[in-house]
Write a protein that binds this ligand. Structure first.
Ligand code: SAM
Length: 271
């Protein structure tokens, strides 16, 4: 039987690190893309920069050369050991552990969070990060293109859902550019994209957040059903009429302002 083919100059092979699928390890190789990402972030020495999943350092290296200091959060012990050996630990603070459980608030304020995120946990990670919005100045992430489509979707289409509403409530979102699979090693099966998230000022956040989360999750629990059915345990027909929400509309047709109105009515009912 012929030996399995290896990519002779695959840098993850060169580095001796076998990519781990369970940690979503697709390492960025394309120097043009790396440069474009760092340009989009435009890090300055005084910035409070945080990288999620530094991996083999594709972004870490150029970020560190422009910033005075960088926090990184990495789960893979082998990669953590490499980072410890390779970098000046006065400039690189390594937080070993799961970004999904990490207290980003402990790193201070005005955080600039970046990362080529592990795609298998990107949605829960975005929700986790959203809960630290008041600590964040901006975020730049590489994500699966389909996730960026959902994040930035307008009402009316199938991409519009819980992720769109909850992120658009808290952040200004900017889809910057797409990244093809060949830019990574190993190449993922899907297209990727870079997105920027900037928290909205507190003065614009006029919803009761717990109620908003509840209303949005309940409304989208069954996408094909009408709003009046999905929301029947929370709102009467009169509630919907008072907010000028068509009871026979589908959740994907309701804009962010409609969800905010529902959340605040629910907060009022709860007293
Ligand atoms: N930044 C590197 C690059 O661009 O080449 C690696 C990106 S790779 C897509 C994702 C990185 O996130 C890996 O280093 C992986 O070990 C790390 N990672 C995966 N799950 C994680 C988690 N729950 N918390 C922190 N890091 C995680």
């Amino acid at each position: 039987m012929p030996a399995p083919k290896r990519r002779p100059h695959s840098p993850s092979t060169q580095s001796g690190h076998a990519p781990r699928k369970r940690f979503g390890q697709n390492f960025l190789m394309d120097q043009g893309i790396i440069h474009a990402i760092v340009q989009a972030i435009d890090p300055l020495p005084q910035d409070a920069l945080v990288e999620i999943g530094p991996g083999l350092g594709a972004l870490t290296e150029p970020l560190l050369s422009r910033a005075g200091h960088l926090h990184v959060v990495e789960i893979d012990r082998d990669l953590i050991a490499r980072l410890r050996q390779r970098y000046d630990l006065e400039k690189l603070t390594i937080h070993a552990g799961d970004a999904l459980a990490f207290d980003f608030g402990a790193l201070g304020h005005h955080l600039r969070i970046v990362g080529n995120l592990p795609y298998n946990i990107s949605t829960p990670l975005l929700f986790h990060l959203a809960s630290f919005a008041e600590h964040i100045r901006d975020m730049h992430f590489m994500l699966q293109k389909e996730v960026v489509e959902r994040m930035t979707a307008a009402p009316g289409g199938s991409a519009y859902g819980r992720l769109s509403v909850m992120l658009q409530y808290r952040f200004y979102l900017d889809w910057l550019f797409n990244v093809p699979p060949e830019s990574f090693d190993p190449a993922p099966k899907v297209e990727s994209a870079i997105v920027r998230l900037i928290p909205k000022p507190a003065a614009l956040l006029d919803a009761d957040i717990a109620c908003l989360e509840k209303v949005v999750a309940t409304a989208f629990s069954q996408r094909r059903k009408m709003l009046r059915n999905n929301l029947k345990d929370l709102f009467s027909a009169d509630d919907l009429a008072a907010l000028a929400i068509a009871p026979d509309s589908r959740p994907e047709q309701l804009p962010l302002t409609g969800f905010i109105a529902l959340a605040n009515r629910l907060a009022g009912k709860n007293g």
